[in-house]
Design a protein around this ligand. Structure first.
Ligand code: ATP
Ligand code: MG
Length: 347
């Protein structure tokens, strides 16, 4: 379990300290994958480095399995770090060592006997699906296979926490999915707390239990994946559900209102649209729709259009079905109303 409490990190800058992480509170439970997203320079990697105490926090605490790492001496910290596995974008493998030797390195440093090490390495390579590649050198492996060797090595000392910083970036979608599938298996089989940093939104939907969005060192959004996906206010949800932004521009000046509706399938009737249509009593067009399976349950979103003059009636009908519509265009009638208001103010 990872617990960050009021974590703050300053780096020295030319004109004084620069705050890179500001008052971060996060918890990653055992058996949970937290995806951390945010623009370049937001502080994601710094966050990971604070969790394994490669960087000391300026203030606040970092607890791993209940132990406050920031209070440990360098020697105690070296021991505590064994409980934290880390994987990066570059696999960090030693090119002159085979896959098996790379995986065995952390055990060798600890002085584990040859026999015990061989057995553990075989078990780890089997775990990541590379039992038949033990004697291959990194250059003889694919990018995804090298990343798996990196994961096996990160697991060598039986950590309870796994940090992954852009570990799937640069891999093709199929290989990325095979890595995220492996991480989810490890989460479940080993009850790992996984901090998964990525900028790929598709990967977030695939892998995350919870999501934190970091913006200029602060947590801008934090919640369960399905809650963010179905929240009309969530920027993460917005980015994840990939609604074509041009749709609202296309209808900016039209007599049609355009709405986005996101929902968890468990929270609405399967035929909610038919019910809304019947109550609304006029044509509703579907511009875009999609369903993703999140944690075994469908999450859907749909972009609909209807007569803007009857916006209120439509929104009421949607709310009655337990849905929270979000208007995507201002609509011609709204624009006209705004113009009338403006003219009234001006005169
Ligand atoms: N060792 C350092 N000394 C000074 N400033 C640093 C140091 N490491 C990072 N920074 C600064 O901290 C900020 C956050 O960097 P960080 O690497 O955590 O961002 P990131 O979110 O991981 O970005 P990216 O998505 O590009 O990897 C940046 O402005 C960076 O310049
Ligand atoms: Mg980074």
């Amino acid at each position: 379990m990872i617990e960050l409490d009021h974590l703050t990190k300053d780096y020295p800058g030319r004109t004084g300290p620069v705050r890179v992480l500001d008052d971060i509170d996060l918890v990653v439970q055992p058996g949970e994958i937290l995806a951390v997203v945010g623009p370049s320079g937001a502080g994601k990697s710094t966050l990971a480095q604070c969790v394994n105490l490669l960087e000391r926090p300026t203030s606040g605490s970092v607890r791993v399995n209940g132990r406050d790492l920031s209070r440990l001496s360098e020697r105690e910290l070296r021991v505590a770090r064994r409980g934290i596995g880390t994987i990066f974008q570059s696999d960090g493998l030693q090119s002159r060592r085979t896959a098996a030797e790379n995986v065995g390195l952390p055990l060798r440093y600890l002085g584990v006997t040859d026999r015990a090490r061989k057995a553990r390495v075989a078990e780890l390579l089997d775990r990541v699906g590379l039992a038949d590649r033990a004697d291959y050198y990194p250059h003889q492996l694919s990018g995804g296979q090298r990343q798996r060797v990196g994961i096996a090595r990160a697991l060598a000392l039986r950590p309870s926490v796994l940090l992954s910083d852009e570990a799937t970036s640069g891999l093709d979608p199929e290989t990325t999915r095979s890595i995220t599938r492996l991480l989810k298996e490890l989460r479940d089989d080993l009850n790992l707390s996984v901090l998964f940093i990525t900028h790929e939104m598709d990967t977030v939907v695939d892998v995350a239990d919870t999501v934190a969005r970091i913006e200029r060192g602060r947590i801008a959004e934090y919640g369960r994946l399905e809650d963010l996906l179905t929240s009309p206010e969530s920027e993460v949800g917005e980015a994840l559900i990939s609604i074509d932004p041009d749709i609202s521009t296309l209808f900016a000046d039209s007599a049609h209102g355009v709405w986005q509706v996101s929902y968890g399938a468990a929270d609405v009737r399967p035929d909610w649209l038919a019910h809304v249509s019947a109550e609304f009593g006029a044509h509703i067009g579907i511009l875009q729709a999609d369903v993703r399976v999140v944690h075994g349950a469908p999450v859907g979103w749909v972009v609909i259009q209807a007569d803007a003059d009857r916006a209120c009636a439509l929104e009421t009908a949607l709310r009655r079905e337990g849905l929270a519509p979000k208007r995507l265009n201002a609509g011609a009638s709204d624009a006209a109303a705004a113009r009338v208001e403006l003219e009234a103010v001006a005169s």
